[in-house]
Design a protein around this ligand. Sequence first.
Ligand code: SF4
Length: 409
Amino acid sequence: MNKVFIQTYGCQMNVADSDEMFAHLAARGAELTDKLEEADTVLINTCTVRDHAEHRAVSFLGRLAAWKKEKPGRVIIFAGCAAQRLGEALQKKYPFLDILSGAKGIEHFAQTLDKSGLFSHQDHPGQTPAPGLTGYVTIMRGCNFACTYCIVPSVRGPIKCLPVDDILQDAARKAAAGAKEIMLLGQTVNAYRDGDVSFADLLNRVSEVPGVERVRFTSPHPIYFTPQFLAAVKDNPKIARHIHLPVQSGSTKVLQEMKRGYTREVFLDKIHALRACGFNISTDIIVGFPTETEEDFRQTLSLVDEAKFFIAYCYKYSPRQGTPAAEMKQLEQKVLEERLDILLNKVRGLSDAAYLTQVGTVQEVLMETPHKGRSSGNFWVKTSKAHPVGSLVRTEIERADGTLLFARD
Ligand code: SF4
């Protein structure tokens, strides 16, 4: 039996891609191991969104030289976004690398394995792990935007939506294997369309799959949240009331230079409309984009005040080679660090405040352990009684303590 050790970097899409790649390896007789020393194959699924993520993946590859030398028959697969960006230069630098499979090649991963001659179909396929409570379902790949700081369009290419029937089958398989919650994944997930099936239609259809109690999605783009979307989903309680909606900056000028496709005002309008339908909103913010002035940064701080996010993940701008923003004159690191500190101080109390708003409300909690689960709005809830894992418990929230709610069940 070929034992495979998987190291995944980056986003949830990469986690889903690693599962998909492993399914092809399992069809060729492989089984998973979490011990590198007993593995015959290592699959590194990489991320290139930040320099740091790419660097970690490449250093891990470098460290595998000794592992491979121990048993030269061992196989190393380097896949995903960094593999796409770095390409064959990597194979030259690390000649012991056996298979390079870029992010655009995920659909052809099975053929890549066959072409390598290192794996062949087996009568007794290996076991793929059960999905757990959340089943991740990729619905689209790529992105049609060209945000000036982002490397994704060049490594993943333009949008390709998967057929709706394939998505429903994938969701049904995961629900049958025990998933109660389906997380739909895509780089601009709410741009999804297959013929006349819109993203809102897809959400409603996935929510009807037997066994599915809740549907989540990530990462959406603000411009696709239209009044039609809201009208189509507002009465469906299975569509989770939490959206992670990256804003990136509070300054319209910077948003235009980032080519985000919306203004500060449009973004705020969208979140007010989403909030009116009960959605709880978290976000991503970049500080220190090359053209960001002190005034632009103040605009970001004031947007945080106005938007009342649930959580804001804040990052320093990191130039990615090959993107337009990397060619611009960069701000000093000291400025980036100061602004990040100020922003982090501002966002620190956001979650506690959001948790307090839940006290006195009635919530449906999907139990992840006998005493703890998550509400539709993605708040952690502790119950006093024990409940079966995977059950939905309707209960009133009695009090909040930091980022934990206590239920009166
Ligand atoms: S929308 Fe912009 S930031 Fe998001 S993946 Fe596409 S190009 Fe990158």
